[in-house]
Design a protein around this ligand. Structure first.
Ligand SMILES: NC(=O)c1ccc[n+]([C@@H]2O[C@H](COP(=O)([O-])OP(=O)(O)OC[C@H]3O[C@@H](n4cnc5c(N)ncnc54)[C@H](O)[C@@H]3O)[C@@H](O)[C@H]2O)c1
Length: 360
């Protein structure tokens, strides 16, 4: 993910009306090949295997940290202790305890801390958010949101750290994909109050690098059936995170159904927004979207939007909020939202363990 961020910062000049400048000056990684990749970036003046050396660099104001989940707490805390602002990766600590510790340190340090989640910066998602905020939908009937891919469909795919509880966390796929799914619902104020979770560890063994079968102990798929409090009423909200979703490469979606109108967007059709308005006939309208972004870029409004664009927009949001110029645009995941996401994952684990409905 460090490379993805380097790519976004590398075309910072594509942002129009952006008074804040950003450039990549330092990189830390234990892996020499990963470090070497950054040779292509002329602004990088420091490459080190020791992240403490990066944290001691006076030219560094903001640190983006993308490491395995078991290292989040330590590296995030060290970053804050070094007096740097932090752009954290999800899930913001391996579990609830770690997330709370990081959030408390963020507060006491006074540093600016947000967590990564890029999909809400797609123009289609911005339109969904706008429709909800403008109260176009009437009474909300139901919410469905999810993130699906099929990266783990092949049982022979070698194991990596994301498939091991010790490094990915007990919450497995929820730690991996859950923050992506929760960012918009939490920002809209739709907090689950009750949850019934269906968690599946579908492929329980995978080959290691030597081809020996080893335990793959994280859950692959999670379906969270929630009651969410929306405008004082309990509304069904289904949140799905799946690493084994046949037919999907990287499908993030949100669907909000209301009594006046409904709206849905999926990255499966990245330039399509579906809108339904109550009328005599049951008719969904398909709106063709372009590059209508929250942060203006050189790319013309008729051109398609994609994943790297969402990263550029997310970074524009992070640095704008840090610089006090975000205005009414969507900001990145807050430390409180990150903590709430872990509370939800913990409740889901309890629900699946005891086969019960859990109050949050
Ligand atoms: N926002 C997104 O869309 C998105 C996508 C994938 C992953 N992620 C998140 O990014 C983080 C990293 O995931 P990834 O897929 O990039 O993992 P990865 O395994 O591809 O990369 C992790 C990197 O961290 C380095 N590293 C490990 N320990 C280190 C240390 N002590 N000091 C310096 N470098 C160290 C490794 O050498 C490796 O290059 C995770 O938190 C993950 O959840 C976010």
């Amino acid at each position: 993910m460090g490379k993805e961020v380097a790519s976004a910062l590398g075309r910072w000049f594509a942002l129009e009306d952006m008074p804040i400048q950003a450039e990549l000056v330092a990189v830390a990684d234990l892996n020499p090949a990963a470090l070497q990749w950054f040779d292509r970036i002329p602004t990088v003046t420091q490459k080190t295997a020791d992240y403490h050396a990066l944290l001691a660099n006076r030219d560094v104001d903001v640190v983006y940290v993308a490491v395995p989940h078991d290292l989040h707490e330590k590296v995030y805390m060290d970053t804050l202790a070094a007096g740097k602002d932090l752009f954290a990766e999800k899930p913001f600590g391996i579990d609830l305890k770690a997330a709370v510790n990081i959030a408390l340190s963020a507060r006491t340090s006074g540093r600016f801390v947000r967590c990564s989640s890029e999909f809400p910066f797609y123009p289609g998602v911005q339109r969904v958010i706008q429709a909800v905020q403008q109260r176009d939908l009437g009474k909300i009937i139901e919410v469905r949101a999810g993130f699906w891919h099929a990266s783990d469909l092949d049982p022979q795919k070698p194991i990596n750290w994301k498939r091991q509880k010790a490094k990915c966390g007990e919450a497995g796929v929820m730690n991996d994909l859950g923050m992506h799914v929760l960012h918009v619902p939490l920002r809209m104020g739709w907090k689950p109050v009750r949850i019934h979770a269906q968690l599946q560890n579908i492929i329980a063994e995978r080959p290691d690098a030597a081809g020996v079968m080893v335990p793959c102990d994280t859950d692959d798929n999670a379906i969270l059936n929630c009651d969410a409090l929306i405008d004082g009423r309990e509304v069904p909200m289904r949140l799905e995170t799946k690493r084994i979703a046949p037919g999907e490469t990287n499908t993030w979606f949100i669907e909000v159904y209301g009594t006046n109108s409904s709206i849905k967007f999926s990255t499966k059709e990245p330039k399509t927004l579906w809108v339904f308005r109550r009328d005599k006939e049951q008719m969904w309208q398909r709106i063709d979207l372009g590059h209508q972004t929250a942060f203006k870029v050189v790319t013309g409004p008729i051109f398609e939007f994609g994943f790297p664009d969402s990263f550029l927009q997310m970074w524009a949001a992070y640095l704008s909020e840090r610089g006090g110029i975000l205005g009414d645009r969507l900001g990145c995941v807050t430390t409180d939202e990150a903590v709430v996401s872990h509370r939800i994952f913990e409740a889901a684990l309890e629900s699946a363990r005891n086969k019960t409905v859990v109050e949050i």
